[in-house]
Write a protein that binds this ligand. Structure first.
Ligand code: ATP
Length: 214
């Protein structure tokens, strides 16, 4: 199927809280991949890690506050409308139902990509979307045999491959990444320190209003 419109990017995360690392990543990819938009999807009940500190509703509110008025970024609440656990394969399936003819690009950090075989029904992800793997400039990690075979089967090196079909390709994009993590921000707040400049001011206001991460 030839795709008529620009691809839609999908960035899932716990966003506990969302920070400038996530936002720069999203904007860099929106521009470099010439995406139509990126859906930021808070994971309501992440299956692969400890449950987040802030509620899913507050994490969604922080995402909405962070991207208000920013072209190309959209807050997507679909995982909050589903029962636990929040499997990515179900999220992609629902996006595919909503956008049957669009190219969909699931954005994954290289670390997440390496751990993909632990995800629920991981081999089906690529039936619903392309995978865009982001890695820091010049940072190459050793790969397991399963992941290397998966990559060899699906990797493309030309960007236009993501526009030519709706799913099924893996594209690796090197980008500069800010060394900011939500863990670092939660740690600063729990010690009573000020995390300003690591995350948008509106997000910090919400954190203070709701006394999060104390
Ligand atoms: P935590 O510290 O709680 O594990 P986090 O800061 O890594 O959280 P997540 O919500 O787990 O944030 O990340 C969502 C997505 O954003 C993941 O794909 C992750 O690789 C990516 N990401 C996180 N931090 C950065 C950053 N500083 N630069 C670029 N991408 C990032």
């Amino acid at each position: 199927m030839t795709v008529q419109q620009k691809p839609i990017g999908i960035l899932g995360g716990t966003f506990d809280p969302i920070h400038h690392g996530h936002l720069r990543l999203a904007i860099e990819l929106y521009e470099r991949l010439d995406l139509d938009r990126i859906h930021l999807i808070p994971s309501a009940y992440p299956p692969h890690r400890e449950q987040p500190s802030a509620s899913a509703e507050l994490r969604l509110a922080m995402v909405q506050a962070a991207i208000a008025g920013v072209e190309g970024l959209v807050a997507d609440d679909r995982e909050l409308r589903r029962a636990a656990p929040s499997y990515m394969v179900d999220t992609l399936c629902s996006l595919r139902e909503e956008f049957p003819e669009r190219s969909l690009c699931l954005i994954l950090g290289m670390d997440a990509f390496m751990g993909l075989p632990h995800w629920h029904q991981w081999e089906r992800l690529i039936e619903y979307a392309h995978l865009v793997i982001v890695q820091r400039l010049g940072k190459l990690l050793p790969m397991s045999e399963v992941i290397r075979d998966f990559l060899n089967t699906h990797q493309v090196t030309e960007l236009h491959e993501l526009e030519r079909r709706t799913a099924g390709a893996i594209f690796i994009q090197e980008i500069p990444m800010l060394t900011i993590s939500a863990t670092q921000i939660r740690a600063l707040l729990s010690m009573g320190k000020n995390p300003c400049y690591l995350l948008p001011e509106h997000v910090l206001k919400l954190i203070n209003t709701h006394q999060l991460y104390r």
